[in-house]
Design a protein around this ligand. Structure first.
Ligand SMILES: Nc1ncnc2c1ncn2[C@@H]1O[C@H](COP(=O)(O)OP(=O)(O)OP(=O)(O)O)[C@@H](O)[C@H]1O
Ligand SMILES: [Mg+2]
Length: 157
């Protein structure tokens, strides 16, 4: 565990510009398979929206981290017993407008993300730092149940 300062992310909404917005959602069970499925879905969707591949690559990396975090926060460790395993879900939303690409991951855990700058030997604590460096911005907002963690890319300079 790093001794660096831990900061809970304060609530913010993603940027939305006026004009047409393309939107798509994906619901995933909180299972390890959610991470690659989210990546495959994002590649197909952003490709069909003709999002630049380098931007799409960044989006997939960050999405992997957000989905991994949602999985960690809500997924049950129950092995592959279909009869007893919980069915926690997460919801993904992709939005594309003239000025922004936004990806959001909703999960049912009330805890907010904490930015924990990772020290050299820390095993974890790098996912949100990756979002910080690859996306134009990221944030979180609370819902009645759970919250959304989002990342956004500015498409115009
Ligand atoms: N969706 C979430 N729900 C609840 N807590 C979260 C969520 N996302 C992040 N956090 C909190 O923020 C911390 C930092 O997340 P981050 O992704 O940077 O690191 P990590 O998940 O601990 O490690 P790594 O991503 O490097 O494997 C997490 O340890 C967790 O406490
Ligand atoms: Mg993480």
């Amino acid at each position: 565990m790093s001794v660096s300062a831990i900061a809970v992310k304060s609530e913010t909404r993603p940027p939305v510009s006026v004009g047409p917005v393309r939107a798509e959602m994906l619901g995933l069970a909180a299972l390890p398979s959610a991470v690659p499925v989210a990546r495959y879905f994002a590649r197909a969707l952003l490709g069909s929206w003709e999002v630049d591949e380098s931007r799409g690559w960044e989006c997939r990396q960050v999405l992997s981290e957000l989905v991994s975090n949602a999985l960690e926060a809500t997924g049950e460790r129950g092995g592959a017993d279909i009869e007893t395993r919980g069915i926690a879900m997460m919801l993904l939303r992709f939005r594309l407008c003239a000025a922004h690409l936004v990806v959001e991951v909703r999960d049912d855990n009330a805890a907010l993300p904490q930015v924990t700058p990772a020290a050299l030997l820390d095993e974890g604590g790098r996912g949100l730092m990756l979002a910080e460096s690859l996306a134009s911005g990221w944030g979180t907002y609370v819902l009645g149940v759970g919250k959304v963690v989002w990342a956004a890319w500015d498409l115009v300079p």
